[in-house]
Design a protein around this ligand. Structure first.
Ligand code: MG
Length: 203
């Protein structure tokens, strides 16, 4: 099982971190040990002093494929949820400065949070996904997939030119503006519309 993530897929978020809007999808990966197992406690990692949340729509791959064309890409994912691509922003800043890979900032244990899966119906496939993140009951991020620079089908097709996609793989599709810090005792809650799909307490 593989976890793909798209970076800088919302223009307002690329700008808030001082990054250029990309011309092709920025892809990185997390190992399966990054996936937060349900009911496991989330502990603030020791190696960072600047833990950032990034709320994202996550796709679940339901069919094996390679060299998928955009027109049939929708057949390769069957459900979505809202998740968090946790980032040690201070670690990432250091690595970026040195031009080094991001894994220590992005791919550590439990850095990939997912909520409850919502199966795609025909109706849901054709509607934008509105999602938000609350920190301690205050909305800190809200987004709509209408603002994606690279929409789902383009992402799936692009990834599959380089990597085989397999059943059970996940794709974090990028975060809108409003990323920020969280600390011990904060409670993060992810929403699809008004529906809560996860709640996470930082210990
Ligand atoms: Mg992200």
């Amino acid at each position: 099982m593989k976890i793909f993530c798209v970076g800088r897929n919302y223009a307002d978020h690329a700008k808030e971190l001082g990054n250029a809007v990309p011309e092709e999808p920025v892809i990185f990966m997390k190992p399966k040990t990054a996936l937060m197992q349900s009911n496991a406690p989330f502990y603030y990692p020791e190696f960072t002093n600047e833990l950032h949340y990034e709320a994202e729509v996550v796709l679940r791959i339901c069919k094996n494929g390679k060299y998928i064309d955009e027109g049939s890409a929708h057949k390769y994912y069957d459900a979505f949820t809202i998740g968090i691509d946790f980032t040690a922003r201070d670690v990432q800043a250091e690595l970026k400065k040195k031009g080094l890979p991001w894994e220590k900032a992005k791919a550590w244990d439990n850095s990939a949070i997912i909520g409850r899966w919502i199966p795609f119906t025909d109706e849901l496939r054709n509607a934008p996904i509105l999602f938000s993140l609350q920190k301690n009951k205050e909305t800190v991020q809200s987004g709509t997939t209408e603002d994606l620079i690279f929409p789902f089908d383009e992402i799936v097709s692009h990834i599959s030119q380089y990597f085989s996609l397999n059943i059970g793989d996940l794709i974090y599709t990028g975060t809108p503006a409003g990323v920020g810090e969280c600390v011990t005792d904060d409670v993060l809650e992810g929403f699809y519309g008004k529906e809560k799909v996860f709640a996470l307490e930082i210990k």
